[in-house]
Design a protein around this ligand. Sequence first.
Ligand code: BES
Ligand code: MN
Ligand code: MN
Length: 460
Amino acid sequence: MLPNNVIKFAQANQDRFIEELKDLVRIPSISSSKDHVLDVHYCAEFLKDKMLEIGLERAEIFETQGHPVVYGEWLGAPEKPTIIIYGHYDVQPVDPIDLWDTPPFEPEIKDGRMYGRGTVDDKGQVYIHFKAIESWMKIHGSLPLNIKFIVEGEEEIGSENFEDFLKPNRKLLSSDYAVISDTPMIRKGYPSICYGLRGLAYFQINLRGSKQDLHSGSYGGSVINPIHVLSQMVTLLKDENGRILIPEFYEDVVDVSPGERKALASLPFDEESYREGIGVKKLFGESGYSILENIWCRPSLDVCGIWGGFTGEGSKTIIPSEAHAKVSMRLVPNQTPEKIAELFERYIHSITPPEVEITIDRMHGGMPYLADTNHQVFTTAIAALKKGFNADAVFIREGGSIPIVRTFQETLNIPCLLLGFGLPNENAHAPNEWLDLENFKNGILSCIYLYEEISNLTSY
Ligand code: BES
Ligand code: MN
Ligand code: MN
């Protein structure tokens, strides 16, 4: 089937596609918030209806222990490959709300950008595929290949119930390739194919000294202060060269190969504008590695939050009874969240003084991912991006995590194409999130071409 008229249709309907994306962004589907459970459900229903509107033959909502999964399919090309497209409709919370220039769920277009929570992560990217499918269906009444489409509602909270959905539905989801659009391009004008993601291990440390806060005059000098203890422990997590000090932490890390080092160094990435963009005085990472190597190929450890004691107005003379910290680690091949959890917990216990009680909560985890870029599905992506963006694609890795990618690889045993249309500075998870509308349009064209390219593969 020829894509030419499909492309024309997409070009003629661009403005309508953008208006329709606004309707999706208006739904405050914040997965981590109890107050938004109904909005999340409504968003799932909304997408199910849209799946039928764009011409999928079947669309269904699968309830889980948490938020629902939306599934749709069109399987009218039995001689052709089947792809499974995955995205997420849940979004991150909006705080600090005061820093938004426009309300997060009232999408607004300014200078070729759509502002709003979820515009790039991941609603806009999900809609790129919806609109590519719609264009094929409107022109040909059919697709060049079979599509199964999964949109989940818990990606931003660790996809905890997704595996339970995947396992019994293995057959329903069986496909030849997975396609995910939930990553950024390295830079505007450089369509990017992502072949690696970091994994994640996330913990909360809780320290307790006394059974309740104490008067710091009556007791100061006789007991240990859990906030002091925690602060000292935090300084033992990393050294001044950015090396993580947990014993055996680097044992399974695969080092950057000379070939990859060369490839990464040739990418259109400028450390100075990266620094400027995030507004830091000076960059800091593990010494001996470039910035891209550090964020894509090396593990990292960060305290995401630390609290305890009195932080209100004025002063209150206490010795706090508790101190807490959240610690996240990004993992690279061949680290696993399970082993890192053991190493982390053992180390934390070994540096905890006997005067405090400690508990460590394991929060979400995810495996790192690295693809074999020699697979033929990557060749189809290069061709599709070339036509959609009128530019050569580059190969990148990313520092973020999409835990489900590994699950796909393992449960369905298929290669996964990470074809993302975001930009690094679109403020995902932050105030004033936006989506570049030119990338939205070129993304739709690229996906139209991609389906056609994959449909021409003869062995799959
Ligand atoms: N779309 C991101 C993943 C991502 C971010 C890929 C940046 C590449 C670069 C995804 O929505 C996300 O935020 N993932 C979380 C996963 C976590 C909650 C388990 C992440 O990386 O923090
Ligand atoms: Mn995402
Ligand atoms: Mn995200």
